[in-house]
Design a binder for this molecule. Structure first.
Ligand SMILES: Nc1nc2c(ncn2[C@@H]2O[C@H](COP(=O)(O)OP(=O)(O)OP(=O)(O)O)[C@@H](O)[C@H]2O)c(=O)[nH]1
Length: 527
């Protein structure tokens, strides 16, 4: 019976911290973080001059700070922007008075916004100062807030640590960890596709999904626990133990498959964060560097009519139609090269093209005899290139007639078959560049999405590791209990391991301080 009690207590008594931390703050009690110091930080980039800079303050001393800075006993209006003069606070002024003769030292005239707990990002009182973005203005106001710290009179005010505001939002149940990581990803997004893929975490879609998974595991654990209960209770019999186990097994199989599909989607989407590796390959002088420059709108590569100008691979991070792309211009591959450095460059070009996600093979149609050099044909048709995405780009279409272009395309189709799309462009006139970008975008979509309709999903490395090492590990452990004659206790233990894993992801687990430290240390100050 001991086992049953153990399982039940594990099953039905949720971690106290998790329950209290995630319970939506009702507004009738103080925020869970009310005992913590009031924090402040510059929430816009530091050490930069801008029209406006935003200083954010969160905690129970917001109103006090407000009254000291505006030198008024009025209450700040809630969620209403107001223009106020900001002065050096009295405490600070006292030590400065011998230098400054004015009775009120004006620091700035700023827009102020006050959010009353719990209706703020952190769940605490929050005061935002939209000050003029000069370094001196910002520094003087930060110093002024700092001067109000006086622990002896209970005025505990300190500069925020990285991720402090988000941590409080989590502690007050405003967001779960996946949502906060989503906000971080959203802020870090450099391209449109990254922004879109951060949304599933940010808008709470993933949170709901993970919670459903956890509830499903717990429900199945409950069914198994019932078997243990009945088995121990001699007065009742349970004949269909195997049947119940079978139902649970089916449920867990479906869940495991769902999690694996989710992880595949995430894996595909990571390419959006890392950048799609696009390599340009071709004989010397076909226009590789010109194409890089056309796609980047920049002079990233040196363009010259001397064959072999690019002797090494050049990487550049560019944004093509909302996708982060690491474009690599390589040394032109030619059969005979006596130059040692050029030879090394050619070898590197081959390697880079093998490691790429997508390869653009550029050809020059003006010399149909040298259209596809033998060594390049062998390379592209080799086994290492078997599953590679390749687009054949016929450059310099301004130099050939449309009739000749048809012949060139036919010739390419004979050599490569119908496997690769062929796009004709001119880096000189820009004709066809739009259509090439369209073809590229279609390929980027396929590379980053499991199917065209599904949106890419980005979750943190922390989440994928827990899904793999805890959740799937626990579920696999459940299946292995079959080898032990459907050992129900072992099966339930494994399911619990998986459920606890999900609790770690969302932040519902006991002893999550370490997890919190690791998550929020990656945030910036002021976030
Ligand atoms: N007419 C015309 N000339 C082009 C076009 N694209 C490139 N060129 C010219 O072709 C020459 C070679 O261009 P690059 O871009 O340096 O060629 P590359 O393939 O990078 O050359 P390597 O560095 O030798 O491998 C330059 O003189 C370019 O101006 C085009 O579309 N039309």
């Amino acid at each position: 019976m001991k086992t049953v009690l153990f399982l039940r207590s594990q099953l039905f008594s949720r971690p106290h911290f998790a329950r209290s931390a995630l319970r939506r703050y009702s507004g009738f009690t103080k925020p869970f973080t009310s005992q913590l110091p009031t924090i402040y930080a510059l929430s816009t980039p530091a050490h930069q001059t801008s029209a406006i800079a935003i200083i954010r303050i969160s905690g129970s001393l917001c109103k006090y700070i407000y009254s000291q800075l505006v030198r008024s006993n009025e209450k700040p209006p809630i969620r209403k922007a107001i223009l106020r003069n900001i002065y050096l606070p009295t405490s600070f002024r006292a030590e400065q008075l011998h230098r400054q003769k004015e009775s009120k030292l004006l620091l700035d005239s700023s827009l102020l916004l006050y959010f009353q707990a719990p209706h703020s990002f952190t769940g605490e009182d929050v005061l935002e100062l939209h000050v003029h973005g000069g370094k001196a203005v910002v520094n003087s106001i930060l110093k002024a807030i700092d001067s109000l710290h006086d622990r002896s009179s209970g005025k505990d005010i300190r500069f925020a640590f990285p991720g402090d505001f988000s941590r409080r939002a989590f502690q007050n149940g405003k967001f779960d960890l996946t949502q906060l990581e989503g906000i971080k990803d959203l802020i870090d997004s450099e391209t449109e596709s990254q922004r879109r893929s951060a949304l599933s975490s940010f808008n709470g879609e993933n949170k709901i999904l993970f919670e459903n998974w956890r509830m499903s595991i717990i429900e199945n654990m409950a069914q198994l626990t019932a078997i243990i209960d009945f088995a121990d209770d001699n007065s009742q019999e349970i004949d269909n133990t195997d049947q119940i186990f079978h139902v649970v097994e089916n449920n867990i199989t479906l869940l495991r498959d769902e999690i694996i599909t989710f992880m595949r989607k995430v894996e595909k989407s990571t390419i959006l964060q890392d950048g799609i590796k696009l390599v340009l390959l071709g004989a010397p002088n076909v226009g590789k560097s010109s194409l890089v420059n056309n796609l980047t709108n920049d002079d990233t590569s040196i363009v010259s009519d001397i064959p072999g100008t690019t002797r090494d691979s050049i990487d550049a991070m560019i944004n093509i139609n909302g996708y982060k792309v690491i474009i690599c211009d390589t040394a032109g591959i030619r059969e005979q090269s006596s130059d040692k450095i050029e030879k090394l460059g050619i070898e590197k070009a081959r390697k880079k093209s093998i490691q790429s996600d997508l390869c653009l093979f550029i050809v020059d149609p003006t010399d149909s005899l040298k259209l596809v050099p033998e060594n390049i044909l062998t390379h592209v048709l080799s086994d290492t290139f078997k599953d590679k995405r390749v687009i054949i780009v016929v450059n310099k279409n301004d130099l050939v007639s449309s009739g000749d272009m048809v012949k060139v395309v036919n010739k390419l189709q004979i050599k490569f078959g119908e496997k690769y799309p062929i796009v004709s462009v001119s880096c000189k006139t820009k004709k066809g560049i739009e259509s090439l970008i369209e073809t590229l975008t279609k390929n980027f979509k396929c590379l980053s999405q499991s199917n065209v309709d599904s949106s890419p999903i980005i979750v943190s490395k922390r989440v994928t590791e827990i899904l793999k090492n805890d959740v799937l590990y626990g579920l696999e452990g459940f299946f292995s209990s079959k080898d032990f004659d459907n050992d129900i206790v072992l099966a339930t233990e494994n399911l619990k391991y998986a459920a606890d894993g999900i609790a770690k992801i969302t932040g519902q687990a006991i002893g999550i301080e370490d997890i919190l430290d690791s998550v929020f240390s990656k945030f910036c100050i002021g976030k």
